[in-house]
Every structure is written in C-alpha cells, then in structure tokens.
Design a protein around this ligand. Structure first.
Ligand code: UD1
Ligand code: CA
Length: 456
C-alpha cells in the first residue's frame, strides 16, 4: 500500500492587503526562509502525488519559488471554496484524498497532517476531516458547530454566526482533508448566499453531512495553526520560530548566556559544546562545529566554523568564509570568501576578502586585503606560518610565501617568497637633538611676535 494516496492544495490567492507589501505574503521570510517553503518542507515529507498552489494576480513572483508545485491562478478571489474549485483541471485523474492548506499558515507539522489522514481512514464513510483549534481569542474565526453527541455538524463563519454560535470556542483553522472522489461534486453544490458573498470552503461540512458522510475534527494547538495576515503576525511567527531554534540549540548542547538575543537562520547547523554569547545573528548557510565559541555581537552568514575556533566579539563573517580548526577571529574583523586554515589568527580590525591563509599564520591588527580595484576582484594568498605586520595593505593579486614576514605598515604589491622579509614603507630617519632645537627656535619666534603686538 502506498504511504498515502494524497494530493495537496495550498491556497495563496488572497490579496494579503494588511501586509502592505509589494512582496507576495507567502514569500515573506521567517528565519530567513519564505513562509511558503516552511509549509512546503512539511508537505514534501508526506510525498504527495501532486501539490497545487493557488495564486492570484502576482503569479510570477510566487511561481519562481513554487518548487515542485503546479501553480494555478484564481483570477477573482471569490472565496476559499472557489479557490479549491479552480484546481479541478490540475487534479484531473488524480486518485486519493485532497488536503487543503493555507500558504499563510506555515507551521503545520507533518505529524498533524498525518493525524488528519489517520482520522479519515478510521471509518469508511468519513468524507471530511477538519483541523480545529481553541484559540485564546476566538475573534473572527469560523466556529465548529457540533451535534449533542459531539459530531461536527457545520462550520459557521463569524460574520454569519448568531450570538450563541459566537460563544463556541472550537474554531476552524481552515485546513481540511477532503474525500477526493467527492470533493468537486460537493464544491459544485456551494452557494455564495452569505454575509461575504463568497463560496465558503467551510460549507463542505454541511454538504458532506447532507450526503450522509461523517465529518471528524482533529484538534491542533494554536501555535501549529498560526496564520500570518500582518507584519505584526509575521514578527510573532518569527519569535515563535526563533524560540524553537533556541530550544533546539540548547538541547543540542549549546551554551547561550542570553538565548533571547541570539537569532538563528532556518538552516543554522551547530555542533555540541558550542558557546554563543549575547547578540549574535546567524544569516543563512552557517555551520558551526563542536567546541566553537562565538563571542558577543557577531554577525555570521554563509560561513563554516571548524572545531575549537573562536570568533568575535563584534566579528562579521560573510559568505564563503571557512574558519579552520582552533583559528581565532577577533574583534572588528570582517572576512568574506576566504579559507583560513587551522590555527590562523586574525585578532583585530582587519578585512580579509578573496583570500586563503595557511595554517598558523598570524595576521596583524589592521591588515587589509585590497581585493577590489573598482572593477574586478583579485585574490590574496598567504602561506602557512606567515606573519603579517600590523596595518599592512596586501594589494591583490598577491602571494605571501610560507613563513614570510611582512613589516608593519607595508603596502605589499609584489609577491613575497617563502621565509623572506618584505618591508614596503618609507624609511625611518632619526636626527639627534632636532626636536629640542626646534622647540627652542619656535618658542623664540612666538615670543618675538607677541612683543610686537603689544608694541614693545
Ligand atoms: C478562513 C475560514 C475560517 C477560518 C479562517 C482561519 C472560510 C470561508 N473561512 O477565513 O473559517 O477560521 O480561515 O484563518 O474558509 N484564499 C484564496 N482565494 C480566495 C479566498 C481566500 O486563495 O478567494 C486563500 C487566502 O490566500 C488564505 C486562505 O485562503 O491563504 C484563507 O483566506 P482568508 O480570507 O484569510 O479566510 P478567512 O476569511 O480568514
Ligand atoms: Ca486569514
């Protein structure tokens, strides 16, 4: 038996006006990942036969991010029932049941979807499974009206509900599993004779009951069915997501002094015995191996930090950074597209970009790899065990050999061979007694000037 005979419909044609954004609502990111992808990740775990995404006017935007979904346009938003109706050509000839999800409800766990599938399979004539929840503030949600024996009778939209129906605290999340062979006939029976003048998907409950099918309810937690309609909701979703990521890090063996100030990306991989100080932000694509310490207020994206390395405080690691084992990146250091081998130290105030640095090399304070001439980028290669004196500018393309020394304050424009010393700065000349003589003559000049002013 196949795991599930199921297709998924994701509704995302609503205008999302309250977001006040040119970006489609479902493309707004949570933890650095579009909310649509949060949802599709969970959907893909079900291995559905087909996933259909229903969008409105801004099809192109969403299509580019729709992964394996077939995208269908609902030209006019005539309601959730109508939105599912327009998937008819796309679902032609597909066997099995249909799970309807909302693109702006991104955190539905796969387990919950499976629970709905199990609930439907429990009795042969279950035609519909509704995902309900009991929100702290039931507000404008549709209410699940049950019969005295606890069966679901119908769903009433808030706008259409009587005062006593509005007292019901079991609400409709909107998610529904629908019998595949019955879905389109039931949808065809819907009318838009209601307070909104829309075709309500929720009316399928009454349609199924009228057809002598059972309807069951699976209850979700409010957190799992969190919907996003505004930037406020988006911020709340981000907070929820960050909470989960922090919890995961803590239970995976990460020490965080103040977890609430650390921000993860959806794909941050962190090993064990890692310490993360306050105010650290992870952008996408970061891997941190065991025993690493990230000191306060560092910003890290697209970086691989290897075992035992130390980063920060106030470090910025940009995409393509590879920090070797036990290496040290200190304060106010920016690294981009650079591979630092084991034990490398870049301890203070540097920019390292488009570079390789060999094992145990020491990069002095204020060293800059000058990688850009305003048009093109060039690479800097620093050998193992090299020592770059403070405040040096390495003008790429340039190679410093293994074990070479660069004198502080040098502007290096030519390659330096292994074990050589390169000094590229003005020569120092000392003149004995100059300062004392200078002070004497200047003081005398100043005194003469002020005598003249006073007319003496
Ligand atoms: C819907 C439910 C309500 C439930 C609530 C949960 C109906 C009639 N009502 O109400 O019972 O408590 O969700 O949040 O289903 N959409 C389309 N095309 C349309 C209309 C909507 O694709 O023509 C999409 C939206 O993009 C959104 C989802 O369907 O993803 C829900 O639409 P929305 O307008 O938010 O539904 P509610 O009125 O909030
Ligand atoms: Ca909504």
């Amino acid at each position: 038996m196949p795991k599930h005979q199921i297709s998924v419909v994701v509704l995302a044609a609503g205008k999302g006006t309250r977001m006040k954004s040119k970006l489609h609502k479902v493309l707004h990111a949570i933890g650095g990942k579009p909310m649509l992808h949060h949802l599709l990740d969970s959907v893909e775990e079900l291995s559905p036969q087909k996933t259909v995404l229903v969008v409105g006017a801004d099809r192109e935007q969403v299509e580019a991010q729709a992964r394996s979904c077939e995208v269908v346009t609902q030209t006019e938003q005539l309601g959730t029932g109508h939105a599912v109706m327009v998937t008819k050509p796309a679902l032609q000839g597909i066997a099995g049941d249909v799970l309807v999800l909302y693109g702006d409800v991104p955190f539905i766990p796969t387990k919950l979807m499976e629970q709905m599938i199990t609930a439907k399979a429990a009795t042969a004539n279950t035609g519909l499974v509704v995902l309900g929840f009991r929100p702290k503030e039931p507000a404008k949600y549709g209410r699940l009206v049950t019969t005295p024996d606890g069966a679901l009778e119908r769903i009433v939209e808030f706008k259409d509900a009587t005062d006593s129906e509005r007292q019901i605290n079991l609400c409709n999340s909107g998610m529904m599993l629908i019998d595949g062979s019955k879905m389109f006939p039931w949808l065809a029976s819907l009318s838009n004779n209601n307070a909104s003048g829309e075709y309500y998907l929720t009316d399928l409950v009454a349609a199924a009951r009228a057809d002598d099918y059972n309807v069951s309810v699976v209850e979700a937690s409010e957190e799992d069915v969190l919907g996003i309609n505004s930037r406020e909701d988006l911020a709340l979703a981000e907070a929820t997501f960050q909470g989960k990521m922090r919890q995961r890090a803590l239970s995976g063996g990460v020490t965080m002094t103040d977890p609430s100030t650390v921000y993860f990306s959806y794909d941050t991989h962190i090993g064990a015995d890692v310490t993360i100080e306050p105010g650290v932000v992870f952008g996408p694509n970061v891997t941190i191996e065991d025993g690493v310490t990230i000191k306060a207020y560092s910003h890290i994206e697209g970086a691989h930090i290897r075992t035992g390395a130390t980063v920060g405080p106030f470090a910025r690691l940009r995409p393509g950074t590879d920090v070797g084992e036990n290496a040290k990146i200190g304060n106010f250091v920016e690294v981009k597209k650079a591979k630092l081998e084991q034990g490398v130290k870049v301890s203070h105030l540097s920019y390292i970009g488009d570079a390789t640095i060999g094992a145990e090399a020491n990069i002095g304070a204020g060293t800059i790899t000058c990688n850009y001439d305003g048009f093109l980028k060039f690479e800097t290669h620093i050998g193992a065990g090299a020592f770059i004196g403070s405040n040096s500018a390495l003008v790429a393309p340039v190679t410093i050999g293994d074990g070479a020394l660069v004198g502080a304050g040098s502007v290096i424009t030519k390659d330096v061979e292994s074990d050589a010393l390169a000094v590229a700065r003005g020569q120092q000349r000392n003149r004995a007694g100059f300062a004392a003589t200078f002070r004497e003559t200047q003081a005398a000049k100043k005194a003469a000037q002020s005598d003249k002013k006073k007319g003496r």
